[in-house]
Structure formats: structure tokens, C-alpha cells
Design a protein around this ligand. Structure first.
Ligand SMILES: [Zn+2]
Length: 213
């Protein structure tokens, strides 16, 4: 399926006595066909002039297929949100969330960190969930720009905060290992919504916090 059609089934699991609300988040990608992937890796080895029957490579197709399956399958999770009873209205920022994704142009990894912040509206969420939202979109064939936009857009839609901002800094193996061989070069992308987009001071605060000390 194409990335543009990526959708996530969200089942409302209902509330609990303390006002917590749980949304089960499930990705609806087609499942990986493991035997077909193994055959394809074996074919790729042959095409690359290697001998997949050699004892050193005998188990490689299985390992590669399994690795790609893992890298392309986000884990299901419950998005738990709570009422913002204290009317907290300052920026909540999770810095340095690990990002591991696969560039869709080369199928090589890009890795780095995401800084995800939001200005709470009616509800707040468990901070660990921000990392799960990043993973939800990162375990895919991606470009960094789209990944950034998807995480911000998803949070805006499902949490309805007053504002949300996402900054991703990542190194792309396709830039480090081949082509320009720009080892250590990091690409920075950002996406902001709501107050973080429209209000100059909030926007500035968000971006200065993501840069750290
Ligand atoms: Zn690439």
C-alpha cells in the first residue's frame, strides 16, 4: 500500500473512573510476507554476484527478512489521555526521543532524535506515548519531512492540543555511506501547528527549548 493511504484504526476503548481515555492505535499496513521476502533477498544476493548457498550466507535471507519486518512494523499501543484538570497551559516537551526509520529511496536507515512538544488543551497524555507516536510513523519506508509532518498532524488531530511542534534531527545512512559520504551530517526538519505556529513568542520558546542548553 502507498504511504499516502496510511491509516490507523483507532478503537475507543472507553473511559475509566479517573477520566482517563484509552485509544487503541493499530497500524493497518499489509502484513509482511516473510517467505516471499526471504526469496527476494536470496535473489538479490544472486543479482549482487554473491552465492546464497555458501555457508556464510545460508541464513542471511531469513535474517534480513526478519530485520526488515521488525523495522517496518510499529507496535500497537493505547493512547491514554487524561483531563487537564489543573489547566496546565505551558509547553510540555519530550526531548531526544529515539528515531529509527528507513529511507524509502534507498531502504537504508536514518536515525536520530525527535523533540515533540505540545501546549495542552482539554486533555494531556502520558509522556511515554509521544515516543510511541513517533514509532508509529517511523517504522515505515519514509522520508524525514513526511515523518515529521505525520507525527505533528496525528497529535494535533487525536489530542487536540492548543499547539504542537515536532523537530527531528537525523543522520541518513544513504548520505553517510554512499553518494556524498557526508558522515555526521544531520538533517533537521520541523512541523508546528496551532499556537506554536501562529504566536511568535510560543514558536520561539519551542524552538529554543528543542535546541537545548
Ligand atoms: Zn536515502
Amino acid at each position: 500500500m502507498s504511504i499516502a493511504n496510511l491509516e490507523h484504526e483507532i478503537a475507543d476503548l472507553g473511559g475509566t473512573e479517573n477520566g482517563a481515555r484509552h485509544l487503541r492505535v493499530v497500524n493497518d499496513h499489509e502484513k509482511v510476507n516473510l517467505p516471499a521476502a526471504e526469496r527476494a533477498v536470496r535473489d538479490l544476493l544472486v543479482a549482487l554476484g554473491r552465492n546464497p548457498s555458501s555457508p556464510h550466507l545460508a541464513d542471511t535471507p531469513r535474517r534480513v527478512a526478519k530485520s526488515f519486518t521488525e523495522m517496518l512494523t510499529p507496535r500497537e499501543f493505547d493512547l491514554t489521555t487524561f483531563p487537564n484538570d489543573e489547566h496546565y497551559d505551558e509547553l510540555v516537551l519530550a526531548r531526544d526521543i529515539p528515531v529509527q526509520s528507513l529511507c524509502e529511496h534507498h531502504m537504508l536507515p536514518f536515525t536520530g532524535v525527535a523533540h515533540v512538544g505540545y501546549l495542552p488543551g482539554e486533555r494531556i497524555l502520558g509522556l511515554s506515548k509521544l515516543a510511541r507516536v513517533v514509532e508509529l510513523f517511523a517504522r515505515d519506508l519514509q522520508v524525514q519531512e513526511r515523518l515529521t509532518v505525520q507525527v505533528a498532524g496525528w497529535l494535533q488531530e487525536n489530542l487536540a492540543p492548543k499547539g504542537v511542534g515536532v523537530v527531528i534531527e537525523a543522520e541518513h545512512m544513504c548520505m553517510s555511506l554512499r553518494g556524498v559520504k557526508a558522515t555526521g551530517s544531520r538533517t533537521i526538519t520541523s512541523s508546528v501547528h496551532g499556537v506554536l505556529r501562529e504566536d511568535g513568542r510560543s514558536r520561539q520558546e519551542f524552538f529554543s527549548l528543542t535546541r537545548g542548553s
